[in-house]
Write a protein that binds this ligand. Structure first.
Ligand SMILES: Cc1cc2nc3c(=O)[nH]c(=O)nc-3n(C[C@H](O)[C@H](O)[C@H](O)COP(=O)(O)O)c2cc1C
Length: 310
């Protein structure tokens, strides 16, 4: 019951994927998730390809299980990173911020499983036509860059529209969320915010503390006016951003506030002026757990709920 088509496709034990998270998802987290039976993912974000190659090699030292790399297609280094994942024989690639069509051929020829993250039915269909092995349908409850639709509405519509497996993301952090995603037609879940507060995640303790303290309504979305909405926990920086956004400031001026701000939160623990990317589910996260505890707890709870479902 715990296995789905995704497990066979990716060679993993449980249908739980750790979302690529810029600055957050490095080799320690990715390897811990893969060792716990899920699929760990290294986030390439805007990093140069040498960094990504190094992270891939460090992950391989910590696990012999499958793992993936998340490539942000808008990164100036995307083309080089696309080549490095082939050279390093990375089993799975997920992509964000755009259409990975131009890289599809080289990845498929290398035997890489390609899983684009989509926020609409139209992009899901396009990705299926381009040869994607599965898609992540990510709702706007998620932390980080988001689309318009909620997980509840997006997942069933994507599941109806494509024949490849669908992975649900956004607002999933326990067995209830997992079971709900399965009922909506997903074969697996992608989890971000919950894994930020895992023992193996290297983000600054103050960042984790802010997620543990957060209530249901403590995340906000900045950047809607410029067409690049981002969900993060409310703090001095997001308040200032929203104030300027409401005052009609130019996108460039607004973005100058956020340059390097995720790093500030993750590395320096600056909870006032760093970007504390986290999803709406942050309010439900009450304690730091190991990746194994998170995944196995999710599976146990989902199994008991689904056994009781009528
Ligand atoms: C701190 C943080 C950074 C993220 N960075 C990325 C990223 O670099 N690329 C990407 O495709 N998604 C990114 N995401 C989205 C996650 O991969 C995942 O889909 C999302 O967090 C799932 O929703 P949840 O946070 O409600 O679990 C990020 C999310 C968070 C919380």
């Amino acid at each position: 019951m715990r296995k789905t088509a995704i497990c066979d496709l990716l060679g993993i034990e449980y249908p739980v994927i750790q979302g690529g998270m810029a600055w957050v998802a490095e080799h320690n987290l990715a390897a811990a998730v893969s060792n716990a039976g899920g699929l760990g993912i290294i986030a390439a974000a805007n990093a140069p390809y040498e960094y990504v190659r190094d992270e891939i090699r460090k992950t391989k030292e910590l696990t012999d299980r499958p793992f993936g790399v998340n490539i942000m297609l808008l990164s100036p280094h995307a083309e080089d990173v696309a080549r490095v994942v082939v050279e390093e024989k990375v089993p799975v690639v997920t992509t964000g911020a755009g259409n990975p069509g131009t890289y599809m051929k080289q990845w498929k020829e290398a035997g890489i499983k390609v899983i684009p993250v989509v926020a609409s039915v139209a992009l899901a269909k396009l990705m299926q036509r381009a040869g994607a092995d599965a898609v992540v349908a990510e709702g706007c409850e998620s932390g980080g860059h988001i689309g318009e639709s909620t997980t509840m509405t997006l997942v069933p519509q994507v599941a109806d529209a494509v024949s490849i497996p669908v992975i649900a993301a956004g607002g999933i952090a326990d067995g209830r969320g997992f079971a709900a995603a399965r009922m909506l037609g997903a074969q697996a879940v992608q989890v971000g915010t919950r894994f930020v507060v895992s023992k193996e995640c290297v983000v600054h303790p103050r960042y984790k503390q802010q997620i543990l303290r957060a209530k249901d309504i403590d995340s906000v979305v900045t950047g809607r006016s410029g067409g690049h909405p981002v969900r993060a926990l409310r703090n001095k920086m997001s308040r200032e951003y929203l104030r300027r956004e409401q005052a009609g400031c130019e996108f460039e001026e607004l973005e100058s506030l956020t340059v390097g701000a995720l790093r500030k939160a993750v590395v320096d623990g600056d909870v006032d002026y760093g970007t504390l990317m986290a999803g709406q589910i942050a309010g439900m996260i009450q304690e730091e757990k190991s990746c194994r505890e998170i995944i196995e707890g999710m599976m146990d709870e989902a199994e008991s709920l689904m056994n009781r479902a009528w």
